[in-house]
Design a protein around this ligand. Structure first.
Ligand SMILES: Cc1cc2nc3c(=O)[nH]c(=O)nc-3n(C[C@H](O)[C@H](O)[C@H](O)COP(=O)(O)OP(=O)(O)OC[C@H]3O[C@@H](n4cnc5c(N)ncnc54)[C@H](O)[C@@H]3O)c2cc1C
Length: 433
């Protein structure tokens, strides 16, 4: 191994950026390691905020973190590029060429050497091969996709505001997936509808908007305790969201969805937010993966194939008892980043690695400004403390603040909170351009 080992982290998301920040501060700045972050994009935004970006409730330009600027002050180096290949014998990763908007090549294919590699490449939505979904539905896997939905939303509201009230009455949005993303997006859309009308952007009010939330399981939020699902379903029902449970989509087209019983759910806009899987690239690296393309790791988070390669966050399949895997959540990615930091240090010092123990601190669901609900310190099966309303919203916001604290430190996070407070007075509550 080189005197200064190189640690390459691929993916600067909820897990990867926290890891590389800690590695940079503790090892990069002291010269104990050369720490490199590779990401396919130049900026980071915390993925659980994407449904807010999708409605304009959050202007991503105010919250995104520039990797080159962050790297400079946190003791690591940044390389723009999408990882496409891995050579374990040579210990190199391959990065795809970079092209400009006109398709001209800016940089050719590149290789980057590593002594230790951490894969933190997240996940993408799983359309389970359903015909028409890839062509006709919006996804919320990236800022680009969320922004593309937001533009379509603005245009749809504008289009439906032309003419008389009878034209305005026809707007319908269908969301597949009654998990946290679908539920939170439904509420944000209702809130955005109110604000579009308040700002005079559209004539449509909530009574003229049909939101369909479609879930294959018997209830919304099937991965969360039943009482949270029941509480959220009751609130969405009160707000006028049409919830379709036990409903599988068999096909998507330009006019909406066909369901398993042959009925139609027609919509002006369709969103697919059901299920997650690893990107196809993960299965092409020569590492053991699950059918959903997640990289199989030991409890130490090291790949089952190679002790120098770790995987964290949504792209990792970490065992948690028999036939159970750590769930793909921001809190899992956060906790895994901590364990891998310790295990990288242990591996370099030839010490035994620690096993990762997932701790479920509960789940929080935000229904825009209408309500928030969740359980704290609960684990599954409905144990723990049920929180609702302002208290739940406070805890919900504090999750993002914890991520900001991990990547910016306490002082900058406090300043950012103050700036957010000022911006809430100075700026419009919705991005309308
Ligand atoms: C709308 C929405 C709401 C959510 N709400 C919650 C919530 O309330 N609570 C919760 O716990 N979880 C929530 N989640 C899930 C949570 O966002 C993820 O579990 C978490 O972000 C996973 O972190 P990660 O580090 O594994 O991946 P990510 O945060 O997705 O980061 C992956 C990074 O890898 C980069 N990348 C991908 N492929 C490559 C490549 N080939 N080469 C280089 N870079 C690459 C990407 O650009 C990205 O920066 C939500 C998700 C969504 C979409």
């Amino acid at each position: 191994m080189a005197e200064q080992p190189r640690i390459v982290v691929v993916g600067g998301g909820a897990g990867g950026l926290e890891l590389v920040t800690k590695l940079g501060r503790k090892m990069g700045k002291t010269g104990a390691a050369d720490v490199v972050l590779v990401d396919a994009k130049p900026t980071h935004i915390w993925k659980p905020l994407l449904h807010e970006v999708a409605t304009g409730a959050l202007d991503q330009s105010l919250d995104e973190v520039s990797y080159p600027a962050h790297a400079r002050t946190h003791g690591y180096r940044y390389q723009l590029g999408a990882m496409t290949g891995l050579d374990r014998d040579a210990r190199t990763i391959r990065l795809a060429p970079i092209h400009d908007d006109d398709g001209a090549q800016v940089l050719g294919e590149r290789e980057l050497g590593y002594d230790y590699l951490v894969l933190a490449m997240g996940s993408v939505s799983n359309d389970f091969g359903t015909p028409g979904v890839a062509e006709h539905c919006y996804f919320l896997d990236s800022t680009r996709q969320a922004e593309s939905f937001r533009r379509a939303l603005l245009n749809t509201f504008l289009r439906h505001s032309e003419g008389g009230p009878e034209d305005a009455a026809k707007l319908s949005i269908a969301i597949v997936g009654g998990g946290a993303t679908g539920v939170e997006l439904s509420a944000e859309l209702l809130s955005a509808t109110d604000m579009f009308a308040n700002y005079g952007y559209s004539k449509i009010d909530r009574s003229q908007l049909d939101i369909h939330l479609i879930e294959a399981a018997p209830r919304v939020l099937p991965a969360l305790p039943e009482r949270i699902g029941a509480s959220v379903a009751a609130e969405l029902d009160r707000l006028g969201v049409a919830i379709h449970v036990d409903t599988k989509i068999t096909e998507a087209d330009a006019a909406g969805f066909t369901t398993n019983d042959g009925s139609r759910i027609d919509a002006d806009l369709t969103v697919w937010a059901a299920g997650v899987r690893g990107a196809d690239t993960l299965s092409q690296l020569g590492l053991t993966t699950r059918p959903n393309h997640q990289i199989v790791v030991h409890e130490t988070l090291a790949s089952v194939d190679d002790a120098r390669i770790f995987a964290i966050g949504d792209c990792a399949a970490c065992p948690m008892g028999e036939n159970k895997w750590v769930p793909p959540r921001a809190q899992s990615a956060h906790q895994m980043a901590s364990t891998v930091y310790k295990n990288l240090r242990a591996a370099m010092d030839d010490k035994p690695l620690k096993s990762f123990k997932y701790r479920d601190f509960g789940s929080l669901i935000s229904l825009a400004h209408f309500d928030a609900v969740g359980n704290l310190m609960g684990g599954g099966a409905g144990r723990g403390l049920l929180v609702e309303g302002r208290l739940a919203k406070l805890f919900y916001v504090s999750l993002y603040r914890m991520h900001q604290r991990a990547i910016h430190g306490l002082v900058k996070t406090t300043l950012k909170a103050v700036v957010d407070g000022i911006n809430s007075v100075l700026r419009p509550r919705l991005k309308l351009h």
